[in-house]
Ligand binder design. Structure first.
Ligand SMILES: *Cc1c(COP(=O)(O)O)cnc(C)c1O
Length: 391
């Protein structure tokens, strides 16, 4: 399934579901399997071509999830992975070879950089990090040995929006494969393959799961890039358990309403934060005041609940007074669940081709599905606990 004439919310209710194949049950059951039996020697001999061969190579549960991911991302093919990081690693390894050159956006997720700097360097792959504001100008960085351009838009710490169509146009002219980390939009607000991207990965851990109880990665791609990616996936022996595939599909069924609420509440709180005296800057590309808004509006149909802001206070003891007193906002890694999170972040340490120096403490907020009024009351009370030092 590449695209559908149906609305996205309809697609999300029906994709990857085949009740007639499963005794009429609405949801694909949990198929726990390692061995798959073949009834005859002829069938066993023909198993090379069979979709069901062995548990590691997929079960009806994981196939249903992969079919659904294809529909979500408007892709030809998909693979389910044990984590977002495994999806990133499979893409990077597939295009790695001695002497290869990768272009990776400077605002990308920390472990993506680590994979390039630590592992790929050992295999003789050179990585150049590029400024996230580069669109067609990325052409100047492409070399004959450039094999892959990696994007992440918006950057999940600093929220710069990339000009994806401009980058894929240049990449195609030079025969360079493009990949993007699409976790922020959940694939609900943005389908990068429609803008010419070859591979879109997500931490399904975040919005596809939606409930902070699942580790999952997804990879969606064109037919042309699929076989090579699948080879890497198979060689590493990556596979997703049937229970996890079931939970991911269950999360996907409510994704449309969840994302619409994350969008509305995130925008409301982002607007409100801009007017708070403690806030120096809000990084939310969905806000018309954001420097990336025009580029964002051209590509995305809405915003998820993750964005950033900067507060003047940097003293750790004082920040603790604010953060330790929260009862609705949790502190911890990840996001994309139904619950709100807030953590101080330090994006500057993940940069080499651009700078991040906003003149205060960067904070990352995930706006969950709570009543936004309660969240704003809690943030306001937190700001009030930041006692300005008496001169
Ligand atoms: C969380 C995250 C990942 C990694 O996903 P895991 O499932 O935790 O491995 C990748 N990219 C982004 C942008 C993320 O936020």
């Amino acid at each position: 399934m590449t695209d559908s004439l149906l609305g996205r919310d309809t697609v999300l209710s029906h994709c990857g579901r085949h009740p007639a194949a499963h005794s009429g049950t609405v949801n694909t059951p949990v198929y726990r399997a390692s061995t798959i039996l073949f009834p005859t020697l002829a069938a066993l001999d023909a198993k090379e071509g069979a979709r069901l061969r062995y548990g590691r190579r997929g079960t009806p549960s994981t196939h249903a999830l992969e079919d659904a991911i294809c529909a979500l991302e408007s892709a030809d093919r998909a693979l389910a992975m044990p984590s977002g990081v495994s999806a990133i690693s499979v893409v990077l390894m597939t295009y790695a070879e001695p002497g290869a050159h990768f272009l990776v956006v400077d605002s990308s997720y920390g472990p993506t950089r680590k994979f390039c700097n630590q592992l790929l360097q050992k295999f003789g792959v050179e990585t150049t990090y590029y400024d996230p504001t580069k669109g067609a100008e990325i052409e100047a960085l492409i070399r004959p040995e450039t094999k892959l351009i990696w994007m992440e838009s918006p950057g999940s710490q600093t929220f710069e929006v990339q000009d994806v169509a401009a980058i894929t146009a240049v990449a195609r002219r030079h025969g360079v494969t493009t990949a993007i980390d699409n976790t922020w939009s959940g694939g609900y607000f943005f389908q990068p393959l429609k803008l010419g991207v070859d591979i879109s990965i997500q931490a399904g851990t975040k919005y596809i799961s939606g409930h902070s109880d699942l580790m999952l990665g997804t990879l969606a791609c064109t037919e042309a890039s699929y076989e090579a990616l699948r080879e890497t996936y198979l060689r590493f022996g990556l596979c997703v358990g049937a229970d996890d595939a079931f939970l991911a599909l269950r999360g996907l069924r409510t994704m449309a309403v969840r994302m619409q609420q994350h969008n509305a509440s995130g925008l409301e709180i982002g607007h409100w934060l801009k007017d708070q005296p403690e806030v120096l800057q809000v990084m939310h590309p969905g806000l018309p005041s954001d420097p990336y808004h025009a580029l964002f509006a051209k590509q995305f149909s809405g915003s998820s609940g993750l964005f950033g802001f900067v507060i003047a206070e940097t003293d750790r003891t004082n920040l603790a007074k604010m953060f330790d007193g929260f009862t609705l906002f949790g502190m911890g890694s990840s996001w994309g669940g139904y619950e709100s999170l807030m953590t101080p972040s330090n994006p500057a340490v993940y940069r080499s081709a651009s700078t991040w120096n906003p003149g205060g403490q960067t904070v990352r907020i995930h706006v969950g599905l709570e009543d936004p009024k309660d969240l704003m009351n809690e943030i306001r009370a937190g700001f009030d606990r930041l006692q300005p030092a008496i001169a």
